[in-house]
Design a protein around this ligand. Structure first.
Ligand code: ADP
Ligand code: MG
Length: 287
């Protein structure tokens, strides 16, 4: 069984639930695009749940709705049983592109949010930020500006900036896309460390099977458009995980299971595209 993290008491909350969510994009002159339909899922408290699906299947749409940045046409989003009706500081999303403020130092980037919102004193925010920066090996870089950091360091600083806000749920939408393999592996290890030490509820989105297996307690596999949850795979690999887990029979079998489900969706998408008269956009026919 997966070894559970010991969550800090403040993080013994943060269950995220989507109930029958539907989202249709309507663009004039295009067929309506049903991005999500009857999409339900549960991200349990203190668990690292990974959402995996082919490109264009509705992952970012789901992330935006879960974070309250966008509204579903029907269905509900709940955090700890309470409906989510807009964006709030109890959730946060880290985008794939780094978005540190270039004119602020790393430390200032990390402390700006909570201090400007009046949630913490400067001293409190700095103490928290420094503790987080230390965990990801950036304490000595606290006075540098983003342009003085490598891509991986910027990503780590961004994670710290998000975590200082003490979110109940962290949603990471392909945060490591575009990083080279070595940096990406390092980032995955840092993320697992932060997860272990904060006990935070995380929804991590990726299209990479290996990344999903290395990180997850549970993998949710999405269908192609319209996006919904096709399959749930419990990843009972022991924690803490390192590269040795990749050589185990259990890992191999889990990978096979996830690959089969994803390839089936990939094949469907291919058939849809071949059959489509109009290849403009990846809109699902329908409505
Ligand atoms: P993913 O993140 O899995 O790659 P997205 O959620 O970004 O997929 O997109 C799902 C589908 O919804 C795609 O077909 C995309 O073209 C469409 N879509 C996403 N956002 C919009 C939008 N703002 N307007 C119109 N169509 C959109
Ligand atoms: Mg996306």
């Amino acid at each position: 069984m997966a070894q559970q993290p010991s969550p800090a008491p403040s993080h013994r909350h943060g269950e995220l639930v989507l109930e029958k969510v539907r989202k249709v994009f309507r663009v004039p002159g295009c067929p309506a695009c049903v991005a999500l339909d009857d999409c339900s899922l549960v991200v349990e408290r203190g668990k690292l749940t990974v959402l995996v699906g082919p490109s264009g299947c509705g992952k970012s749409t789901l992330a935006n709705i879960a974070a309250g940045y966008d509204r579903p046409d029907s269905g509900r989003v709940l955090i700890d049983g309470q409906p989510v009706t807009g964006s709030g500081r109890d959730r946060i999303m880290v985008f794939q592109e780094t978005a540190l403020w270039p004119w602020m130092t790393v430390l200032h980037n990390a402390t700006f949010g909570p201090t400007v919102l009046g949630e913490m004193s400067r001293a409190e925010a700095e103490a928290k930020a420094l503790a987080l920066l230390e965990k990801v090996g950036l304490k000595d870089f606290k006075d540098k500006y983003p342009a003085q950091l490598s891509g991986g360091m910027q990503r780590r600083a961004e994670l710290c900036r998000a975590l200082v806000m003490d979110p109940k749920v962290m949603i990471l939408d392909e945060p490591f896309r575009g990083l080279d393999v070595m940096t990406r592996e390092l980032m995955q290890e840092y993320l697992l460390k932060l997860f272990r030490e904060t006990g935070l509820t995380m929804l991590f989105i990726t299209s990479e099977i290996e990344e999903a297996l290395f990180l997850a307690d549970r993998i949710l596999i999405m269908t192609t458009l319209p996006g919904t949850i096709k399959k749930v795979v419990e990843v009972d690999l022991p924690r803490p995980r390192d590269f040795k887990v990749l050589a185990t029979e259990r890992y191999r079998r889990l990978k096979q299971e996830v690959m089969e489900a994803l390839y089936e969706e990939g094949a469907k998408l291919f058939a849809q595209l071949e059959g489509a008269e109009d290849l403009l956009g990846s809109c699902a026919p329908g409505e």
